[in-house]
Design a protein around this ligand. Structure first.
Ligand code: ATP
Ligand code: MG
Length: 450
């Protein structure tokens, strides 16, 4: 159970409050200074705070905005200082108690505030849960124009039966696009059958894909239908198509050309009613030029190509994705985690060679490293720096530079990195776009800024 924090510098009153709260069967931690409170909050999250307005080392007013984000706050005010109670309520405090505090009033107010907070948590939990499950269906998170274009293409081609080739680096969401295509098609009620061309052995591939007749080979004691039949009326997703061996390529070409196939050992031409969607992270065109992939098959596979953009080309999607992955992670643990601005800048600046999958793993790792704390900071992302050389930029000077020189050089580097996109540079630098603009002018970098 989480603690109730009693923050009151008057030792007698502090003891009195703690005693009564304990009698409500609640855990209590009591403090007489902000220094001690800060140390506690670095490690733990309270359920409720009961705090005096003024402590020897500072005012509650300065801390209230951060505290109310953590949990409800009840303010203790001296008789006659109703003004400060009103201010505290305006700043987000839940209730106030006037000294001298009666035990009945204390109990009543604490019960009321805890009950309201529980209801709010339940409500948030349900909302987040809904959103997270919605996420399974609403697929692609992100607002960038590059992602919009992918979504538009999916929408445009989904209801036709056209073969679609999805190209993109590893982890950019090719499979997600394939599923979206299926779900938006008229075939959505039937199966989406994914075949990983990478892992299927060449010898097994044919019988897995097309099935086999009884006696087709030793051990084939009964007829078996292949995956292409499982996908009948639905979608057959050929993942990593660039990996299939040339003999199988010939068989696949036949399916695409004639719309028919034969089971292994069979003589009948069976109709293939599966929409084919293929994906690859390789350059099929170059491969077909080099003779590693049949060019006639490439031609048949690529009447409609969707290219999934790498994450580094749409950095504005990173914060959305981070929140999305955190939400999915958090809704089961009921913790509402936040990412500090500096951590978000680190995440946005990273180049993500493994794209969205790598980002997803990084968020999960940071959650583990943050050990149940509700805040994810740069210190939980150390692993990003250690590995990436691209992630860390180096500024070199042949003399001791002034701050302005560093600022100007760093800005120039970032402008080059983001091809002059001011909004993205602003994100990384943690300043407003307007300020980026101001600095560009001050340092005469308009040319770099494009
Ligand atoms: N736009 C997105 N919004 C939310 N999650 C995404 C998005 N794009 C990808 N993902 C998630 O990222 C992970 C990788 O996506 P996916 O498996 O589709 O990539 P891929 O291109 O097929 O990768 P590979 O080439 O390695 O097979 C998955 O967990 C997927 O759910
Ligand atoms: Mg994939």
């Amino acid at each position: 159970m989480k603690d109730v924090l009693i923050i009151e510098d008057d030792a007698v009153l502090n003891r009195f409050l703690s005693k009564h709260v304990r009698e409500m069967h609640l855990e209590v931690s009591s403090f007489q200074s902000w220094g001690a409170v800060d140390a506690y909050l670095r490690e733990q999250e309270p359920a409720l705070i009961v705090s005096d307005i003024r402590l020897p080392d500072g005012e509650l007013a300065q801390r209230l905005p951060q505290l109310v984000e953590l949990c409800p706050v009840i303010v203790l005010t001296a008789y006659g200082s109703i003004r400060s109670a009103v201010d505290a309520m305006k700043a987000g405090a839940s209730e106030y108690l006037t000294k001298p505090v009666s035990p009945e009033e204390l109990t009543l107010v604490i019960r009321k505030v805890l009950e309201a907070s529980k209801l709010r948590l339940d409500h948030q939990y349900c909302k987040r849960r809904l959103k997270a499950t919605e996420g399974c269906f609403s697929y692609m998170i992100g607002e960038s124009s590059a992602l919009r274009e992918v979504q538009n293409m999916v929408e445009a081609v989904a209801t036709s039966d056209m073969t679609v080739l999805i190209q993109g680096e590893s982890g950019t969401g090719k499979e997600l696009v394939a599923r979206a295509l299926h779900d938006a098609s008229n075939r959505a009620a039937r199966n989406f059958v994914a075949v990983d061309c990478c892992t299927l052995q060449e010898t097994l591939f044919e019988s897995e894909l097309f099935g086999h007749e009884r006696g087709a080979f030793t051990g084939a004691d009964k007829q078996k239908k292949g995956l292409i039949e499982a996908a009948e009326g639905g979608t057959l997703f050929l993942d990593e198509i660039g990996e299939i061996a040339l003999p199988i390529q010939a068989k696949l070409l036949r399916v695409l050309e004639t719309g028919t196939f034969r089971r292994l050992g069979g003589v009948k031409d069976l109709k293939a009613d599966a929409r084919i969607v293929a994906a690859t992270n390789r350059d099929l065109e170059a491969m077909s030029g080099a003779g590693d992939f049949r060019s006639d098959l490439y031609f048949r596979l690529s009447p409609f190509v969707i290219t999934t953009p790498p994450l580094r080309d749409r950095r504005e999607d990173i914060p959305h994705l981070v929140h999305h992955f955190l939400e999915r992670h958090d809704f089961s643990s009921r913790i509402n985690r936040k990412v500090t601005q500096a951590a978000m800048r680190t995440l946005t600046a990273h180049d993500w060679p493994g794209n969205i999958r790598e980002l997803k793993n990084a968020v999960e790792r940071a959650v583990i490293l943050s050990r149940g704390k509700p805040r994810i900071g740069v210190e939980h992302l150390g692993f990003l720096h250690r590995r990436g050389s691209e992630a860390c930029m180096r500024l070199e000077f042949d003399h001791d530079p002034s701050l302005e020189e560093i600022e100007s050089r760093y800005l120039e580097q970032q402008l080059r990195k983001f091809a002059g996109h001011r909004s993205q540079v602003a994100q990384v630098l943690g300043i407003s776009e307007r300020n980026v603009y101001r600095l560009i002018k001050r340092y005469g970098l308009t040319e770099v800024a494009g």
